[in-house]
Design a protein around this ligand. Structure first.
Ligand code: PHE
Length: 444
């Protein structure tokens, strides 16, 4: 009986434990580091609007599907997809979807760890008062010096990959949220707040290219941890009684709130100091220290902020590696520690490519189509692999899986909630993803 499967890895103690874990996975560098600079590079309001539409219309239904498949399969995504496909009379090759997720997780974590390393380096710089009274040029110099020093980046990347502790998400997440609100308060009093708000929420569709739409969709998948099995594996530990719809919506709303608040904290500072919003991955590292350098108690709040950012990244990192770890434990009898260390070593090595992307390998001889190693890995994962994974998950959940299995697992009866989910996953998600892909290759 499929409904009675249990996970060999255990189960969350409650629905709330799942919400904390899934929010821990979703909220991370994607919200605080990536969302602001992507918004800055893609023209602001219109990008944000497409992002929000993608979260609601594609993200939430895909999240529900992933949790649903995970809880029904109760194994690593590779084995879950194999088992469920066989059960429904389809090919075991669906396990490849799990494999793509493992690969995407490795690639994402390889650069994620490097950026988390930057945040870690900033903990000490902020605590040591490096940014006290700092100007935009001063902060820029500190950042540029950091990223052009591969040896130093290597040390921080290594420390992040090796740190093995799992701290209470329950305390750290709310603390990060409070500090973000504090930063918004600073931005309101000292920054060009209205300009920031307008940039974020006044859509200018003339700035919205097909490429920007792809980026917005990719950002929705990335920020919600969708399309690679992270939420699926977390779903496999979800107790049978928990409501999948309510938990998914809670996670998606919290994640989106954190990203928007990060934007509200950062853009007013960007405009107040005449900085370009288009400067890319360095954006938060060049703007937030200015705020911390000028507010009372800035060294304390600033270092606390970067500590919490590192923990937010850490809880996301765990979910990025978990599909591979669960598979190594299930199929090869590894212990969790052994599995994590082995996968971590591979990921650490790939991460070297990102470290060099910001210094020695930034020149034209090391770039492909004008993209550095980091740019390529980021583009391939967030904009191709995650949406493609999401598309396949939608096709499986709403076209291949029998409606009986799906509705049994979602346990929403045949009410409007179920009908909306079914419509979105069956039509809106696949058509949306395919449309955006075709548009970018220029076929539409
Ligand atoms: N959602 C995480 C973030 O926003 C990143 C992530 C992507 C985690 C995919 C797991 C899977 O930082």
């Amino acid at each position: 009986m499929p409904t009675q499967r249990t996970s060999i890895h255990g189960q969350w103690s409650s629905r709330l434990a799942f919400i904390f874990a899934a929010t821990g996975s979703a909220v991370g560098l994607g919200n605080i580091w990536k969302f602001p600079y992507m918004t800055g590079e893609n023209g602001g309001g219109a990008f944000v609007l497409v992002y929000l539409v993608c979260v609601a219309m594609i993200g939430v239904p895909i999240m529900m599907s992933e949790v649903m498949l995970g809880r029904r399969g109760r194994q690593s995504p590779i084995n879950t997809m194999r088992t469920l496909a066989e059960e429904e009379g389809y090919s075991r090759l669906w396990g490849l979807l799990g494999w793509m997720g493992v690969l995407a997780g490795f690639l994402i974590l390889s650069y994620y760890s490097v950026i988390a390393g930057w945040a870690l380096a900033y903990v000490f710089r902020t605590a040591g008062g490096v940014f006290n009274g700092a100007t935009a040029e001063g902060v820029d110099a500190v950042f540029t010096e950091l990223i052009s020093d591969p040896e130093r980046l290597l040390a921080w990347h290594t420390i992040f990959m090796a740190a093995g502790l799992e701290l209470a998400v329950r305390l750290l997440m709310p603390a990060l949220f409070v500090l973000l609100i504090l930063l918004v308060g600073y931005a309101m009093s000292q920054g060009h707040f209205l300009e920031g708000v307008r940039f974020l929420f006044e859509p200018d569709f003339s700035k919205l290219s097909g490429q920007a739409v792809l980026m917005a969709m990719g950002q929705a998948f990335f920020s919600l941890s969708l399309g690679m099995g992270a939420i699926m594996i977390y779903g496999s530990y979800l107790p049978r009684e928990a409501s999948i719809a309510r938990t998914s919506i809670t996670v998606a709303v919290s994640d989106t709130l954190v990203a928007v608040i990060a934007g509200l904290a950062i853009f007013p500072i960007v405009f107040a100091h005449g900085l370009p919003p288009t400067q890319g991955p360095g954006l938060i590292f060049k703007t937030l220290p200015i705020a911390f350098g000028h507010m009372p108690g800035g060294a304390l709040f600033g270092s606390l902020f970067f500590v919490l950012l590192v923990f937010a990244a850490w809880t996301s990192a765990i979910s990025l590696i978990e599909p591979a770890v669960a598979w190594l434990v299930e199929n090869h009898g590894f212990t969790r520690v052994h599995a994590t260390v082995s996968a971590g070593a591979v990921i650490w090595t790939i991460g070297l490519g990102t470290i060099f992307s910001f210094s020695t390998w930034s020149g034209p001889e090391y770039t492909l189509f004008g993209k550095t190693f980091f740019d390529l890995v980021d583009f391939l994962t967030a904009n191709i692999m995650l949406p493609l994974g999401g598309l396949l998950i939608a096709v499986f959940a709403a076209w291949l899986m029998s409606e009986r299995s799906a509705s049994d697992e979602l346990a929403m009866g045949d009410g409007p909630g179920y009908r909306i989910w079914y419509f979105l996953v069956r039509y809106v998600t696949p058509v949306g993803v395919v449309f955006v892909f075709l548009n970018v290759i220029g076929l539409l």
